[in-house]
Design a protein around this ligand. Structure first.
Ligand code: ADP
Ligand code: MG
Length: 206
């Protein structure tokens, strides 16, 4: 994927987040403070404003801009976490004009490590990581088996969706939802949900 396509995909992610803003906020209302959709939609609204200035840049610069914009405009935990993730994608992809699936998987792994460090979190804590980590692993396994980009995204999306379902079964131990303890069981995690939406958009554009 080159810069032009990447910019189009990020625009579609922003549109999806805007469209799902109320749903994401509703999910956060139940186990958090009801701002996840509003937070992300505000951030991606700012991201979109900058996309046109990035057309001559390499993909890494686009990811870096997205990350910096999210960190500076999204309130709450998810801004710094998603921001870190996008900035790590940028750092890992530096110098690549056309991102391949193996490139992306390496960068995705770096993004997850960055989010874990920043959030002091890991899988099994009812966060975005419960969609991200299974998605990454499923994409790696699919790529090894089939070497097909579309198939890898399909596998990653299915794993992320399963990850969202899994978040319903566990209690949160990180983020605001952890204040609810066991009462958070039964409800899906907003961040795992928003990540899955993003991956679905990317997969649909591949
Ligand atoms: P806040 O919780 O500050 O209101 P948001 O509502 O925007 O921020 O985002 C909440 C989401 O952030 C959660 O659903 C969860 O997926 C994610 N999250 C919160 N804390 C962490 C953490 N320490 N590590 C990973 N993800 C986290
Ligand atoms: Mg919130």
């Amino acid at each position: 994927m080159k810069t032009e396509k990447l910019i189009a995909v990020i625009g579609k992610i922003a549109a999806k987040i805007e469209q799902q803003k109320d749903f994401l906020t509703e999910l956060d209302n139940v186990i958090g403070d009801g701002d996840h959709g509003i937070n992300l939609a505000r951030g991606f609204g700012e991201v979109v404003k900058k996309l046109d200035t990035l057309r001559e840049k390499e993909p890494a610069d686009v990811f870096k801009s997205v990350g910096m914009t999210l960190v500076s405009t999204v309130g709450g935990a998810s801004g710094p976490l998603y921001g870190t993730g996008f900035m790590k994608l940028g750092a890992a992809l530096k110098g690549k004009e056309d991102i391949t699936l193996p490139d992306f998987l390496e960068a995705f792994a770096a993004a997850i490590e960055g989010i874990k460090l920043r959030g002091k979190s890991d899988r099994g804590e009812k966060t975005m990581l419960d969609a991200m980590i299974p998605a990454k692993e499923a994409m790696e396994a699919s790529w090894q088996e089939k070497g097909d980009t579309k198939a890898a995204f399909a596998a990653g999306i299915a794993a992320a969706q399963e990850g969202v379902e899994y978040t319903k079964t566990i209690a949160a131990t990180k983020g605001r939802a952890s204040y609810l303890g066991k009462r958070s069981i039964g409800h899906q995690d907003p961040g795992a949900t928003s990540f899955t939406m993003m991956l679905e958009i990317v997969g649909g554009e591949i």
